[in-house]
Design a protein around this ligand. Structure first.
Ligand SMILES: [Zn+2]
Length: 286
């Protein structure tokens, strides 16, 4: 599943292309990908202009000029791909074998057409992704339970420490809980623990203030670098050109089990935590 940096990358790529565009047509070929009655969905989208594109946790959402919001979750295999009238592509998401330039393809379940002839394809091979039209109140409700954005300046070391002291969960698993912090998954939680020298199984409330501060700084630093590198493509994540994000070259533990630790040289270990695997260094992470 794409994490915060991957979704942010799609947002940044689509920003200049779809903001201020008017949606003139919507085709829906698989009803279960939209979480509204079709009639309601179409009535409030067709003829409407996009004011903004934003991200909250792993959700992308479009703010429409009629007061509604269109929220997308790409889940495992979703893609949002923009194709200009001339045929060039932008956006991205999960990679599929099929030539991405053949659009629509059999995975294109929702297609938006803009007044300039460009189209936005919501493709999803495994069909776990979704799009939902909501009003402001529903949007707030949807995001109410999501924790703070890790890159938000408001998330200071003191605030982070205050959140940690209430939690007994293992720190790496806690970082992946969306109601604790937003948008972090297995890759960046594993990397942040390694960067901070903290064992992934440490109980969250056992971290000292200086450890908590270091962990937060590491998490912010890694997420910023990942956005700069357009995300990680460990799991077939590509942009619309089929280009892979470059972040995988900068990962120090994720996907490197049995390889030498980049700090001390001993082989990295793997363990299972909350149904997910964690790669770590038993020497550098205490
Ligand atoms: Zn080490």
């Amino acid at each position: 599943m794409p994490e915060l940096p991957e979704v942010e990358t799609i947002k940044l790529d689509l920003y200049k292309l779809i903001v201020n565009r008017k949606i003139v047509a919507v085709e829906v070929s698989l009803l279960k990908q939209i979480k509204n009655p079709l009639k309601y969905f179409l009535k409030n989208i067709v003829g409407v202009k996009i004011k903004q594109i934003k991200r909250r946790a792993k959700n992308l959402f479009l703010e429409l000029d009629n007061g509604y919001f269109l929220v997308f979750h790409l889940k495992m295999t979703g893609q949002l791909i923009y194709r200009s009238k001339k045929g060039w592509l932008a956006g991205g998401g999960h990679s599929i074998r099929q030539d991405l330039k053949k659009l629509p393809n059999k995975y294109s379940h929702v297609i938006f057409t803009f007044e300039n002839g460009a189209r936005l394809f919501f493709n999803d091979m495994r069909q776990f992704g979704w799009v939902k039209l909501v009003d402001k109140k529903e949007l707030e409700q949807m995001f109410k339970k999501i924790g703070p954005e890790p890159l938000d300046k408001g998330l200071t070391a003191d605030k982070f420490m205050a959140l940690l002291v209430k939690k007994k969960t293992a720190i790496k698993s806690l970082l992946m809980e969306q109601d604790f912090v937003a948008g972090v998954g297995n890759i960046y939680a594993s990397e942040a623990c390694f960067c901070a020298g903290i064992a992934p199984i440490r109980q969250a409330n056992s971290l000292s203030p200086s450890e908590a501060k270091k962990l937060l700084l590491c998490l912010k630093k890694i997420l910023r670098l990942a956005i700069e590198k357009k995300g990680t493509s460990v799991v077939d994540y590509v942009d619309a050109f089929g280009e892979r994000g470059q972040m995988s070259r900068f990962l120090k533990v994720y996907g490197r089990v049995s390889q030498p630790c980049l700090k001390c040289g001993i082989p990295l270990k793997i363990m299972r935590q909350a149904q997910r695997t964690t790669v770590f260094c038993s020497h550098c992470q205490k």
